[in-house]
Design a protein around this ligand. Structure first.
Ligand code: PLP
Length: 221
């Protein structure tokens, strides 16, 4: 199967849903990203700042670049001129830096709040209480250049379907709660980013709106 075949097959699975495909392009050369673009992909996910900043000028300008990996505050400046969505917002301090850099470039940057849903300790992310603390802060409420568009989570690396469903439901529940409490009037807050190559079908059943798929498109890394 070619990259184009894989993308078309996944896009077919998304017809009838409002979910979108984020093609996770980390580690792959720009030639393969161009192949994905030519097959219709417009949303690319990278997990490292330097790699994304190096690839961005080589691809057409209408690509939506999503950062999906952990972001250090001192690196926001490298992607601020072009990044569409930062899916890995996990602290007020990071949000403040994104606000500052986005203002500097007079643009709006979208962001998702990343939640900790996996059993593994290593996977980072917020708890519901921490997210609410951010949303209630005066600092957040004054921000005009960061636009929160939803939530993101990385499930446990397991083939246990029940476990995966439980985690996806947990994230969907966080989204529903935050939506009703803080974003009821805000149409931009609508994304639940969950599901990767091995579990995106389950994630879609549990209400994912953005699936992040790498190896099922490009092969093993
Ligand atoms: C690498 C990565 C993916 C894609 O993983 P695949 O198993 O290759 O589909 C999705 N989300 C995040 C956060 C990643 O780092």
């Amino acid at each position: 199967m070619s990259i184009a075949d894989n993308i078309h097959r996944i896009q077919q699975e998304l017809t009838g849903t409002s979910a979108k495909l984020v093609a996770v392009t980390k580690t792959h050369p720009v030639e393969l990203l161009q192949e994905a673009y030519d097959a219709g992909s417009r949303i690319f996910g990278e997990n490292r700042v330097q790699e994304m900043a190096a690839k961005q000028p080589e691809l057409p300008a209408d690509v939506e670049w999503h950062l999906i990996g952990h972001l250090q505050t001192n690196k926001v400046k490298y992607i601020a001129p072009f990044v569409h969505t930062i899916q890995s917002l996990d602290s007020l301090k990071l949000l403040q830096e994104v606000e500052k850099q986005a203002a500097r470039y007079q643009r709006e940057i979208r962001g998702l709040l990343q939640f900790h849903i996996a059993k593994e300790e290593t996977k980072t992310g917020l708890s519901l209480a921490e997210a609410e603390e951010i949303l209630q802060s005066a600092e957040f409420r004054a921000m005009r250049h960061v636009r929160l568009a939803g939530v993101m989570g990385i499930a446990t690396n397991t083939s246990d379907e029940h476990q995966l469903r439980r985690e996806f439901r947990e994230l969907r529940g966080y989204f529903d709660k935050l939506k009703s409490l803080y974003f009821a009037e805000d149409d931009a807050f609508r994304e639940v980013s969950m599901g990767m190559s091995s579990d995106y079908r389950l994630a879609l059943q549990e209400g994912s709106t953005l699936i992040r798929v790498g190896s099922a498109i490009f092969g093993a890394r």
